[in-house]
Design a binder for this molecule. Structure first.
Ligand code: MN
Length: 726
């Protein structure tokens, strides 16, 4: 077997002798074959990279799936292998990890603004459905940084900055301090080489002194520990250049003022031993006031636990001491990754359990924390996300609630973008406006000045109150005359549905009685509000219908109104002008004097402000030569002469259903919603209490008819809808 594979398996066996290593062997061979012939910038075979990443994770004792995924992590991005193949060969878990890492690799890092960077970190967490994806990504980044020197200089700085801004803070949040420190030190080397080497230099000048001091301290502690009979491991602490750098260059301290240069760590078996060692240390050396911290009783938000103290050491040198158990040590070094560590002899918990346990522990700790950082909050939110993070085409991150649509996105950018929105593209493809945005989507809004503006449907689609408020505002302000027409039309339709004669609309007594009660100064205000979907107008309508019904009952009209009579009452009279406005059957129409159209002329309508629809000849010079603003252009509507027959035909439908209350009302409502004229309607009751409804309607085409038939079939109780030729 190949040496590299053998080494890797060795590490896995060390942490979990009973693990099934086959997936790792298979992933190794697979990835090796697929990356064959590919090389890194350094000239090394590409495959050395996934192997190195797998080793970093194996050293952290991650599970077999993570190691296999690490070996395969660049296969989808850099070879012709598909995610489906990975799933077929290695199962769903490995596939999800690989595709997760691939996805994270595609996040662009472009912004320098703090808010953007924080959003990027959040998106990172939100996108990785499995925390192991982030752990693998961090290991990937670590190895890339370790081998950064073969990259060109601008690339080095770019990668180093990304690492400091996004990856190292993520490692910190997840408690993976070992990776975090190495990422920071490596980044520093490329971002500020002069500062970095200055520190290296200063430290090495003191190397001899430092090593002697530490050795003295360790031997003193060891002999004392032995006397006390405490089993312990004492070590000098690794230097963390970046933290020294920050202290020197940001806090302006000299190298002699930095305690972490002289630091030891004592690792013991039990919590009790930790406190025993602390007592011993404080007995041996004079503690420096204000430097003791008990992170065992009060863990840090990322679960870090240890006792910290600073004392005056053997040669009068200040020393930092950390005391912790092995378990705390593992968590301190590997953080969340420690939770996938194999527990020898035990069956591993499911991934979800581990993840939940981690969150549970974090929450548990948070309860005890008085000064919890917002880390907890963000981690909690991010992991079980209510948010979705998407990009503008420029790479800015926009955070929206989960389920948000392009409409929400557009209004989050600017209300003018929303109001002029024509359509949206996600990742380069056109989507419908109710598309649910996903993490990492790049969203592009197409705007046009010719756009009519938002409509009522948008209100139903929009998820954020911000978008809804802005849409409402627009509908109220910008669209009043259209809303009045629309509201009036809707009002009539609702009355018809309720079998109330439309003539009631002219009953100013009834109207006026309640208009001001619902906050309307005049009828038009109410129609306008209804037109844009305002709720007080809907309430008004409900109340009005109620009053009409009462009135009808008092006049005894409900009981003896026949469908035919009803239709006669409600069908609007042919407009005197002889012009029909598409979609609107009861509006004020004016024949324009400039061109005086006569029946047979091609005509067009223009919705005036408050004076109904003006009808012009389509070739009227005022229409063809004038320049109209986009808003004015929206005011043109289709009209035609009433006697002009637009390829329509009559169809007779026969509907069978058990007789029940409001069956007829339901049928009329369906047809009138479709804006299909009803020519006649007959109903009778057959045996078995079945109602037979014969309905003659005028439809434009066969699709129109089929829609009607389908809608009718969906009415409660309807057994059959048959079509008859007349
Ligand atoms: Mn990689």
């Amino acid at each position: 077997m190949e040496k590299a594979l053998e080494n890797l398996l060795q590490k896995l066996k060390k942490h979990n002798p009973s693990a099934d290593l086959d997936p790792v062997i298979k992933a190794f061979e697979f990835s090796k074959a697929k990356h064959e012939g590919q090389f890194r910038v350094s000239g090394e075979p590409f495959f050395s990279h996934p192997v190195a990443v797998a080793n970093i994770l194996a050293d952290m004792a991650l599970d077999v799936s993570s190691i296999a995924a690490a070996l395969l992590h660049d296969v989808v991005e850099d070879t012709d292998v598909t995610e489906a193949e990975i799933a077929a060969e290695f199962g769903e878990t490995v596939e999800l990890l690989v595709s997760g890492v691939t996805k994270l690799g595609k996040i662009p890092y472009t912004s320098n603004e703090d808010q953007q960077i924080e959003n990027l970190r959040k998106m990172f967490l939100a996108m990785a459905n499995d925390v192991r994806v982030i752990v693998i990504k961090l290991a990937d980044r670590l190895h890339n940084l370790r081998t950064l020197k073969s990259m060109p200089e601008p690339k080095q700085r770019e990668k180093a900055r990304e690492t400091l801004e996004v990856f190292a803070p993520l490692a910190h949040r997840l408690g993976m301090s070992k990776i975090k420190m190495e990422l920071e030190d490596l980044s520093l080397k490329y971002i500020d080489p002069i500062g970095y080497y200055e520190i290296v230099d200063k430290i090495s000048q003191k190397q001899g002194e430092r090593e002697k001091n530490i050795a003295d301290m360790i031997s003193l502690l060891n002999s004392r520990l032995e006397t006390l009979g405490i089993e312990a491991h004492v070590e000098g602490r690794a230097k963390h250049f970046y933290s020294i750098y920050r202290k020197m260059f940001i806090q302006n301290k000299t190298i002699d003022e930095i305690y972490d240069l002289f630091a030891v760590r004592v690792i013991v078996n039990t919590d009790a031993d930790c406190y025993a060692v602390l007592g011993m240390v404080h007995e041996l050396f004079k503690p420096i006031p204000g430097r003791f911290k008990d992170y065992i009783a009060m863990p840090k938000p990322n679960m870090y636990q240890s006792l910290h103290s600073s004392v005056i050491g053997p040669n009068g040198v200040p020393f930092e001491i950390q005391i912790r158990t092995w378990a705390m040590h593992n968590t301190a070094e590997n953080g969340i990754a420690a939770h996938w560590k194999y527990k020898e002899g035990k069956v591993g918990k499911s991934d979800l359990d581990s993840k939940l346990e981690w969150i549970k522990q974090l929450l548990e700790i948070q309860k005890d924390l008085t000064n919890a950082e917002d880390f907890m909050q963000t981690l909690k939110i991010d992991m079980f996300s209510d948010e979705v993070f998407v990009f503008t085409p420029k790479g800015d991150v926009v955070s929206l609630p989960a389920g948000a649509t392009p409409i929400d996105f557009a209004y989050a950018i600017h209300s003018a973008i929303g109001n002029k929105m024509q359509g949206a593209k996600v990742n380069g493809k056109i989507v419908t406006l109710d598309y649910k945005l996903k993490n990492g989507d790049i969203v592009e809004i197409n705007t046009s000045n010719a756009v009519h503006g938002p409509n009522l449907d948008w209100l139903k689609i929009a998820k954020t109150s911000q978008a809804r408020n802005k849409i409402n505002q627009w509908l109220k302000k910008e669209n009043r005359s259209e809303n009045i027409l629309k509201g009036k039309e809707q009002f009539e339709r609702e009355l018809k549905k309720a079998l109330i004669p439309v003539s009631y609309m002219n009953d100013t007594d009834l109207f006026g009685k309640i208009l001001s009660k619902y906050g309307f100064a005049q009828t038009e205000d109410m129609f306008a509000t209804l037109g844009y979907g305002g709720s007080n107008a809907t309430k008004f309508l409900t109340k009005f219908k109620e009053l009409c019904k009462q009135d009808m009952a008092s006049k005894n009209e409900i009981s003896d109104i026949s469908p035919e009579q009803f239709l006669l009452k409600t069908t609007s009279k042919a407009n005197q002008s002889g012009v029909v406005v598409d979609g609107i059957d009861n509006c004020l129409i004016r024949i324009s004097h400039c061109c005086s159209p006569v029946p047979g002329d091609k005509i067009i309508g223009y919705v005036t402000r408050g004076r109904g629809v003006a009808v012009h000849r389509a070739d009227c010079i005022n229409i063809t030569n004038a320049h109209f603003s986009p808003e004015e252009q929206m005011r043109f509507i289709n009209v035609h002469w009433a006697n002009e027959v637009e390829s329509s035909f009559q169809a007779m439908l026969c509907i069978t259903a058990p007789d029940r209350n409001s069956l007829l009302a339901d049928i009329i409502s369906v047809i009138s919603d479709l804006k299909i004229p009803i020519k006649s309607l007959n109903a009778r009751t057959a045996k078995n209490n079945l109602a037979i409804v014969e309905l003659s309607i005028e439809v434009k085409n066969i699709e129109n008819l089929e829609t009607a038939i389908n809608k009718l079939k969906n009415i409660k109780g309807v057994l059959a809808v048959a079509r008859r030729r007349q």
